[in-house]
Design a protein around this ligand. Structure first.
Ligand SMILES: *Cc1c(COP(=O)(O)O)cnc(C)c1O
Length: 375
């Protein structure tokens, strides 16, 4: 937790649950990534946290933006982004959204199927398009790839076809999976992209851009490699596969930029013993439906701080406050919390700045969407 967040929580004692996010920390992470990968243009993945305060700060720092829909494009423009600095990165776009993007001046679009390419040819004629290829998501705590991306063979055909349809076959993209903890996954993906660049050059299509996606990890319960390690692995692989004819490089970080800037402050609603269960059950006033969607499958394991830290702990299951049986955060991940923890105590879930506020449900069981404070 940053000193600014700690001070806000201590002085304001905001009602729980809420997210408190330090915008200066967002700027620090943006600069750290820019230093680790100076040749890449950063397109912040808006979906990770679309708060106007986050978008505005990043726009002022010269960030570009990866948007998933028309509303996110509007949010970027309202935050001061230029339309040429916005990529419509979702491979599944409503026609109305494509048309709105074109009208707003957006020039770059992702696709991964012939059908979507046809939509772009019709509704975004002449625009720059890039094809998303499927890559291994091993090593990612929040994998994405079964839903997205296409094979190298089909990407090759589609990029040739893009030119024939009057579009600008601009580049290739991949996403190695979110919270990717293995730098080798980028190296392997870059190798695949490099092969396809060569194939397509032989077919008369000169691509100019590689979009390396997001995936850069945040430190949750386990340590992760630092961003320099990812930068070095990526540049090593780019040089190996492209020599000194490096194409334009794009990265689309979401989690890395905002994750550890935010803290969710929550309250213990109940600590109970349930029958012969050897663990205590700790119920918080935030759960799966209050924004902690990435605890699905116990995939993302947030660190939890309490006012009793440093005192003896015992095993716990941790759950949310709703009447839904799926509203359990952690049951199998061997969480331990202080034995002194009791009803009414405040707890803090650390590094919750990404993929939390927008995942909060609307009034399920009457609970309001998560409150947000940007400091
Ligand atoms: C979600 C997403 C990102 C951001 O991923 P992170 O793992 O949060 O960095 C980047 N690009 C695309 C296309 C995405 O869908």
């Amino acid at each position: 937790m940053t000193p600014k967040v700690a001070r806000f929580l201590a002085e304001q004692q905001p009602a729980t649950p809420c997210l408190v996010l330090d915008i200066d920390r967002v700027a620090e992470k943006f600069r750290a990534l820019r230093e680790a990968l100076p040749l890449a243009t950063i397109y912040y993945a808006v979906k990770a946290n679309p708060a106007p305060q986050v978008l505005g700060r990043l726009a002022a720092l010269g960030s570009s933006f990866d948007a998933a829909g028309a509303e996110e494009i509007d949010a970027c423009l309202a935050a001061g982004a230029r339309p040429e600095a916005i990529s419509f990165g979702n491979t599944i776009k409503k026609i109305s959204a494509i048309r709105r993007a074109v009208a707003a001046g957006v020039q770059m679009f992702a696709f991964d199927s012939a059908e979507e390419l046809d939509k772009l040819a019709q509704h975004a004629p002449g625009s720059r398009v890039y094809c998303r290829i499927m890559v291994e998501n091993a090593g990612a705590d929040w994998p994405l790839s079964r839903k997205f991306g296409t094979t190298l063979e089909s990407a090759r055909e589609l990029m040739v076809r893009a030119g024939e349809l009057g579009l600008d076959p601009y580049g290739l993209s991949f996403h190695v999976g979110s919270q990717q903890t293995d730098t080798a996954s980028y190296e392997a993906a870059i190798g695949r992209v490099g092969m396809l660049f060569t194939d397509l050059r032989d077919a008369g299509v000169n691509l100019r851009m590689v979009n390396l996606g997001g995936g850069f990890p945040v430190r949750y319960r386990d340590e992760v490699p630092d961003i320099e390690a990812f930068g070095n692995a990526i540049m090593g692989a780019m040089t190996k596969h492209f020599g000194n004819a490096l194409p334009e490089m794009i990265v689309e970080p979401g989690r890395f930029i905002v994750g550890d800037a935010g803290v969710v402050s929550a309250e213990v609603v109940l600590v109970s013993r349930r029958g012969a269960d050897p663990v205590r059950w700790v119920y918080l006033d935030i759960g799966r439906f209050g924004g902690l969607a990435e605890t699905e499958g116990e995939a993302i394991k947030y660190r939890i701080a309490t006012t009793h830290d440093g005192t003896p702990t015992g095993p716990v299951a941790i759950a949310g406050p709703t009447c839904d049986g799926a509203d359990i955060l952690y049951e199998r991940s061997n969480y331990r919390l202080p034995l002194a923890l009791t009803t009414g105590d405040r707890v803090e879930l650390l590094a919750t700045g990404a993929y939390v506020t927008t995942y909060a449900s609307q009034r399920f069981n009457g609970f309001a969407p998560l409150a947000e404070h940007y400091v």
